[in-house]
Ligand binder design. Structure first.
Ligand code: AHR
Length: 665
């Protein structure tokens, strides 16, 4: 018995000691590994007809005394431009599957009203509709992302919406658009085929919904050069069966699969919590990592070249609404806890940017984990806004994988990794490292070893606070705001950073990337490539490792060899490309149907799918010398074509010519 007491005492003492310590964490960052680009759309936002988001938060009408551009708040637009919002999802959420877009066009005084049954049962007067939304996006400078109504709409309705927005043909829908004052189409790329169709979007079973995706998607046409990026409703949290069914049945019919996951703590308001509430939200937030990894494994099974994006188009914290506000309006404050949750999620998305290529936090103004809160003509920026502002440097930068060995944030009988991180290199060669310490009690010492990067110039910014529930109010709007950070020590490639409790830090490092020496020393190089020709019929690139070629041969460059006899087939070209000088190279394929380029076994261009001549590109840092190059291509009926281009330092975009391509003789 005595022994047990002693053991318990030791455990308690060790926990207390851990709590008061500044602990050590190790992070390795190898800048010579740059595999995937961080799609800027990971920093996307969501705007639903919900509470005071659209009405009051964005739309005040042209006659308002609040400064506006054709009815849209100027202050909110300016704030959103500052964080470089890349894409905005609209009109819902659950609202989308009850929204009939034709009610929201034309003269506002003739627009019918409806009841917003999902959100407070208020009357929606439809004064903010398609034209207003698209004007908002052009003011912010972001891409629009429209969610179609599959739950209670019709195929015709969605098909006509796409036509109204995107067509420049002569048609009743384009006439209608012109009558409403808009001559040219907007060319909207991102469209969702419904929202949460397993729930508020029709309570469908996965097989039934999979059929609806094919049906609705068939009549959502591409107009002109604009190829739609269709996003299917994906799983709620850990519903892996939903992902499996959708990918198995439908992967060729959509470009993105939407995952929704919230960190719920809806018993208490956003500001009313203790460390129990802090730990709970951190734990739920970090679960995002596992969700993405497990859904990605399923997606990889059906889509090994990662053509289909995982689109996390609803995420964030969800609390009890603020006192005396309408429970259906989901209005919540936003504290340092939300800032840390946002930073964790953004680090997770960056680190999974091979598959996660869009994410939309819920929601942009006055709803859930908002960037902005408004009160009449006043506006405040939340701690979450500041995280987005700090992290914007990662948009379109090359992700650098990080290896984190973190100490634990121990709370009661549970623990979580205290530190998380992501890193990237932008097109000017600047490295950014975003670090997050989720521990509200302890500072954390972090040792970073930088491989493949020489730097002696560094600066930093930090977002932190004294209290877990620190937040900005209309009376005190600058309580939580980033400041300069210099508590680091750089010694050659070793960087030591002292992170205060509950802090988000962004470091900017100027320097030079040292790429790994090329691994290929060709003994007897000859210009040209090898190719394998396969019998194949399908809607996306096959898994070539499982296939036997019908024939093989050599070719000068990336032309379709004359040997091709089948209507449907696949080709794999392999060889080496000789890079003249070190630098950033962009590769492009324009193909009918799908194609992909791999450099040194890494996927650089993903242009997969059954389609007409479509261009896609990707970039990679390469050093001088030979690099392995592979081109994958498949043809599925109808037209056929293939062009492969390169652009690099002092090199205009050009077809990859025979004199750059080699094979072993
Ligand atoms: O973001 C609020 C709601 O949460 C959305 O309308 C719905 O899609 C989700 O359940």
């Amino acid at each position: 018995m005595k022994k047990i007491y002693l053991l318990i005492l030791l455990v308690v003492i060790s926990q207390l000691t851990i709590k008061s310590q500044t602990t050590e964490n190790e992070i390795t960052i190898d800048a010579s590994i740059q595999e995937y680009k961080i799609n800027k759309n990971i920093y996307g936002q969501f705007a639903e007809h919900l509470g005071h988001l659209i009405y009051g938060g964005i739309w005040v009408g042209p006659n308002s005394s609040i400064p506006n551009i054709n009815g849209i708040r100027k202050d909110v637009v300016e704030a959103l431009k500052e964080i470089r919002v890349p894409v905005l999802r609209w009109p819902g959420g659950c609202f989308a599957d009850e929204y009939h877009w034709m009610d929201g066009i034309g003269d506002p005084k003739d627009r019918p009203t409806m009841i917003n049954t999902n959100w407070g049962g208020v009357t929606e007067d439809n004064s903010f509709g398609t034209n207003e939304f698209l004007e908002l996006c052009s003011l912010i400078g972001c891409d629009p992302y429209i969610t179609g109504n599959v739950g209670s709409g019709t195929v015709k309705e969605l098909s006509q919406w796409v036509e109204y927005v995107n067509s420049d043909n002569i048609s009743p829908m384009t006439d209608l658009r012109k009558k409403n004052g808009r001559e040219k189409s907007w060319g909207v790329k991102y469209w969702a085929i419904g929202n949460e169709n397993w729930g508020c979007g029709g309570n469908m079973l996965p097989d039934f919904y999979a059929d609806q995706v094919r049906r609705y998607g068939t009549y959502m046409h591409n107009y002109g050069k604009n190829k739609l990026f269709k996003i299917a409703c994906g799983p709620s949290g850990g519903d892996y069966n939903w992902t499996d069914v959708l990918m198995k049945e439908d992967a060729p019919y959509f470009d993105g699969l939407a995952l929704h996951y919230y960190s719920f703590a809806n018993q208490k308001t956003a500001t009313d919590f203790d460390e129990d509430g802090w730990f709970d939200i951190m734990k739920k937030t970090l679960e995002m990592n596992e969700l993405i990894e497990k859904h990605s494994v399923i997606m990889d099974k059906y889509d090994p070249f990662k053509r289909v994006a995982l689109v996390v188009d609803e995420w964030g914290t969800w609390y009890k609404v603020e006192p005396e506000t309408n429970p259906g309006f989901l209005y919540q404050q936003n504290t340092m806890r939300d800032a840390i949750a946002a930073a964790c999620n953004l680090n997770i998305f960056n680190n999974h940017c091979d598959r996660v290529r869009m994410a939309n936090i819920a929601q942009v103004v006055n709803v859930l984990q908002a960037m902005i809160l408004t009160k009449k003509d006043k506006m405040i920026l939340t701690p979450t806004y500041w995280v987005f502002n700090l992290f914007k440097v990662h948009q379109e930068a090359m992700m650098i994988p990080v290896e984190v060995s973190s100490s634990n944030y121990v709370y009661k009988d549970d623990k979580l990794p205290a530190v998380n991180c992501s890193a990237s290199i932008d097109s000017t060669g600047m490295m950014h490292i975003s670090l997050c310490n989720i521990n509200p009690d302890n500072s954390e010492k972090v040792q970073l070893s930088l491989a493949g990067f020489n730097t002696n110039k560094i600066k930093g910014k930090i977002l932190t606070a004294e209290k877990m529930n620190a937040h900005n109010t209309f009376d005190n709007p600058d309580e939580v705001k980033p400041t300069d950070f210099s508590n680091y020590d750089l010694n050659e490639n070793n960087l030591k950073v002292n992170m205060p409790p509950m802090s988000v830090i962004i470091l900017e490092l100027e320097g030079e990337v040292n790429l790994k020496k090329p691994e290929y020393n060709l003994k007897n190089p000859t210009n040209g490539l090898n190719y394998n020709y396969y019998k194949f019929s399908g809607n996306s690139l096959p898994n070539f490792t499982d296939m036997k070629p019908v024939s093989s041969g050599t070719t000068d460059n990336f032309v379709i060899p004359p040997i091709v006899s089948e209507e449907d087939f696949a080709l794999k070209y392999s060889g080496y490309i000789k890079i003249p000088v070190e630098g950033l190279y962009t590769f492009y394929t324009t193909s009918d149907d799908g194609s992909a380029v791999l450099i040194d076994n890494r996927l650089i261009v993903n242009n997969d799918g059954r389609h007409a001549m479509v261009e896609n590109s990707g970039y990679v840092m390469l050093n001088k010398g030979y690099h392995k190059i592979e081109l994958l291509f498949f043809q599925a009926g109808g037209g056929m074509g293939l062009d492969v281009n390169i652009k690099g330092p002092n090199m205009e975009k050009q077809i990859i010519s025979t004199d750059m391509l080699y094979r072993e003789n």
